[in-house]
Design a protein around this ligand. Structure first.
Ligand code: GLU
Length: 317
C-alpha cells in the first residue's frame, strides 16, 4: 500500500510554534563578518514563510524585511543558465563540462579542491561553481545582471532592488573569489575577464529580498518548473528536478548531508542567514535569521526548518 500524502496541520500555528523554539538559538551562532556590511545585521531578526502553490501565504516574524540573498542567488543563476544551455537536457553541454554535480565536502570558498581538480568546481552551489555559471551567462545574456534580477522579479511578483552597501562592501572584500576566478582562468575554465565575471556574481549576491518573496520565488521548483501565479514555464520538469537535486545534495555548504538527514528537502542557504526550501507539489519555504552555525548555515533557520518539516511530515526522504 502506498503511503498517502500527509494532510497538513494548521500551518500558521505550526510556524508560530517553530519560531518560538528556533528563535532563541540564533544567539548560539555568529553573523558573517568577512563581508563587512553583513556584520551589522541584527542577530535577533527572524522570519519564516511557507507559500502554497495556490498562493496562500503562511508567515511568522519579520517576513517583509529585506536582506541580501547572497548564495541563494546561485540557484537562480543556475536556473537561468539551464534555460540557456540545457534545453536539450543533455549532460555534456557547455555548462556541465565545466562544473560538476557532486557535493564538495569543503567550505564554499575553498581553493584547495579547485587546484587539485584542475579548475573544475565540484558544483554550481559553491562560489567557484557559481562563477562558472556567471561566465556561461555572460555568453548568453545581453545583460546577465539584469537577467537574474528579471527572473527573481517575475518569480517574486514584485520589483526588487540591490543592496548597494553590501555590493560595494563585497566588491572590496572579494579576494578569495578573485583568487578562484584567476585559478580557473589559469586552467582555461573561464572565458571572460575575471572582473566581469566577479561583477555579475557580486551583483547577484547583493539582490535584496524578503523572506516572503523568496518563499514565493522558490515554488516553481516544486511545481514541475512552472511559476504557479502566472502559469509561465521557467524550466522543463526534468530540469526543475535537476536544479532541486543539486540543492538537495550541494545547497547547504558542506553540511548538505546533515541537512538531508535533519530536514530532508532541497535547500539553499546564503551567508546573510536566509535558507530557501522546496516542498515538491506543495510549497516554497524560506527562513531568515542572520547568525550562522560553523558550516555557514543560519543556525536558527536550520532548527526551524527541521521542526517545521517534522511537524508537517514534509521530508521527501
Ligand atoms: N557573496 C558571498 C561570497 O562570495 C556568498 C557566500 C554565501 O552566501 O555562501 O562569499
Amino acid at each position: 500500500m502506498p503511503v498517502p500524502e500527509p494532510s497538513l496541520p494548521d500551518l500558521d500555528r505550526v510556524l508560530e510554534e517553530v519560531a518560538e523554539i528556533a528563535r532563541p538559538h540564533a544567539f548560539e551562532g555568529e553573523v558573517a563578518d568577512y563581508i563587512p556590511a553583513l556584520a551589522t545585521a541584527d542577530a535577533d531578526r527572524f522570519g519564516m514563510a511557507a507559500v502554497d502553490l495556490d498562493g496562500t501565504e503562511h508567515v511568522t516574524g519579520e517576513v517583509d524585511e529585506p536582506f541580501p540573498i547572497q548564495s541563494i542567488s546561485k540557484v537562480f543563476s543556475l536556473v537561468l543558465a539551464m534555460q540557456k544551455v540545457d534545453q536539450a537536457e543533455g549532460v555534456a553541454n557547455e555548462l556541465w563540462s565545466r562544473v560538476g554535480r557532486e557535493p564538495s565536502g569543503d567550505p564554499f570558498n575553498s581553493l584547495v579542491q579547485l587546484e587539485r581538480e584542475s579548475g573544475v568546481p565540484r558544483n554550481p552551489m559553491i562560489n567557484a561553481g557559481a562563477l562558472i555559471v556567471d561566465d556561461v551567462l555572460l555568453d548568453h545574456c545581453d545583460d546577465a545582471k539584469q537577467a537574474t534580477l528579471d527572473l527573481l522579479e517575475l518569480l517574486a511578483g514584485e520589483p526588487l532592488e540591490l543592496n548597494e552597501g553590501v555590493l560595494r562592501s563585497e566588491q572590496g572584500a572579494a579576494h578569495r573569489n578573485r583568487a578562484m576566478a584567476n585559478l580557473m582562468a589559469s586552467f582555461g575554465n573561464l572565458t571572460h575577464e575575471v572582473d566581469e565575471v566577479l561583477d555579475d556574481y557580486t551583483h547577484a549576491c547583493a539582490i535584496s529580498m524578503t523572506t516572503r518573496q523568496l518563499a514565493r520565488a522558490t515554488r516553481f521548483l516544486g511545481n514541475g518548473g512552472v511559476e504557479p501565479r502566472t502559469g509561465e514555464r521557467i524550466l522543463s520538469p526534468a530540469l526543475a528536478k535537476r536544479a532541486a537535486a543539486i540543492m538537495f545534495t550541494c545547497g547547504t555548504y558542506d553540511a548538505a548531508g546533515e541537512f538531508a538527514f535533519q530536514v530532508g528537502l532541497p535547500c539553499k542557504s546564503g551567508v546573510a542567514g536566509g535558507i530557501i526550501g522546496v516542498v515538491p507539489r506543495r510549497m516554497g519555504l524560506c527562513v531568515w535569521s542572520p547568525p550562522l552555525d560553523v558550516a555557514g548555515n543560519s543556525l536558527a533557520g536550520r532548527i526551524a526548518l527541521h521542526e517545521f518539516v517534522s511537524r508537517c511530515d514534509l521530508s521527501i526522504v
